[in-house]
Design a protein around this ligand. Structure first.
Ligand code: SF4
Ligand code: SF4
Length: 369
């Protein structure tokens, strides 16, 4: 049994160092602004709850996580209608397609059988609104009380074409709209397609529909701009969106297992600063991603071609829980702890640490049953 007092003090020290590093990093990219403080206050509060989480032995948290996945990512398509400069979509070699109903229902039922949790329809590459069955699939998942949260991230290009009331009423809990800039020029530079006006129209329609329905869905507009925040505050569209939407931003990116290079990024966009790996990557403990063809990976961000050592098998031949508890993933976790990394992880600039599961919002789900 570790000395809990020392553990909490150490955790506190790590937290303060990380916080300082993060804030400096953010100020460097974004400058100090209301958006900066809104985003980082949220981060500070969530991370501070990790100090309380340090009272729980970490080995117990990991043992609970190894029992069942908290999240099921359903990448129901890997087709996209954009060409973002920070994305590995252009390097996709995996055939493109849409998930069939058989694979979709098997994955959901396997997940429910072990307690369910959160379903995320965000593919690692691909646009979820291109899946013509997306709304039907969200409604299907919503029928099961074991599915406690449903969410997805979209590029918003198709939002103006779909029935926004139907989307809001589908049972989805959270939608993040990722947009590449707050004027047409910067949007085109980052997203590679000329769809800025359509996206802004779609965002406006979606917020209106959400308001009319009593705001059941948390909606956030997340900027991936190549301009600094301080330079876009005067933009007319920014002021308009700020009045109706929650706005967040990202300046730090990952390299998709080395596929994206620093010179692909523009302006203040930059790679995450990979930390010394004291802990395994959180992806190995958080959940599984099922691709449209049924392939299952433990990393829903970098493993776009489903060719890495992180591929566990296909859902048609295995149950989710067998893949989660099986020898292959157990060995990957063990090797990670011993400093032996799969090739895709060795060059990964994301490497989110498993210690995020000390946060209170995760602990309540981890110890749910
Ligand atoms: S980041 Fe998303 S929207 Fe952009 S190209 Fe990649 S998959 Fe498409
Ligand atoms: S280190 Fe990177 S590539 Fe490896 S599992 Fe984590 S996020 Fe995925």
């Amino acid at each position: 049994m570790p000395d809990t007092r020392i553990e909490v003090l150490t955790r506190n020290g790590i937290f303060m160092t990380e916080l300082k590093g993060r804030l400096l990093n953010e100020v460097f990219s974004a400058g100090s602004s209301i958006l900066f403080w809104k985003k980082n206050l949220n981060y500070i509060l969530k991370s501070a709850s990790g100090i309380i989480g340090a009272l729980v032995p970490f080995s117990l948290i990991l043992a609970k996580l190894e029992k069942r996945p908290l999240t099921l990512n359903l990448a129901t398509t890997n087709i996209c209608n954009a060409k973002c400069i920070f994305c590995a979509y252009r390097y996709l070699t995996l055939p493109k397609g849409f998930m069939c109903d058989g694979i979709f229902k098997k994955a959901v039922k396997d997940f429910i059988a072990v307690g369910g949790g959160r379903i995320d329809f965000t593919p690692n590459t691909g646009e979820p609104l291109l899946d013509p069955k997306l709304l039907e699939r969200i409604r299907y998942c919503r029928n099961f009380p074991e599915i406690r949260k449903i969410e997805f991230t979209t590029n918003g290009i198709l939002l103006h074409k779909i029935d926004n009331q139907a989307l809001i009423r589908s049972g989805v809990n959270e939608i993040i709209i990722s947009i590449g800039g707050i004027n047409r020029e910067s949007y085109c530079r980052v997203v590679g397609v000329d769809k800025f006006e359509e996206v802004i129209l779609g965002i406006t329609n979606l917020y209106r529909a959400n308001k009319e329905c009593g705001k059941p869905v948390k909606i956030t507009v997340s900027l991936r701009t190549d301009q600094e925040l301080k330079n876009i505050k005067a933009e007319a569209v920014f002021k308009k969106i700020l009045k109706i939407a929650n706005i967040s931003y990202i300046y730090n990116y990952h390299s998709w297992g080395g596929k994206i290079r620093a010179e692909d990024l523009r302006g203040p966009m930059r790679f995450n600063d990979p930390k010394q790996r004291q802990y395994p990557c959180c992806k190995l403990y958080g959940g599984l991603t099922v691709y449209w063809n049924g392939d299952v990976t433990v990393c829903g961000c970098s493993d776009v071609n489903s060719t890495s050592e992180l591929m566990l098998g296909n859902i048609t031949d295995n149950s989710l829980i067998d893949l989660w508890r099986g020898g292959k993933l157990r060995n990957i976790r063990r090797d990670f702890r011993n400093g032996i990394f799969p090739d895709v992880c060795r060059v990964c600039t994301a490497q989110p640490s498993v210690k995020i599961y000390r946060r209170f919002d995760f602990l309540s789900e981890i110890f749910r049953q």
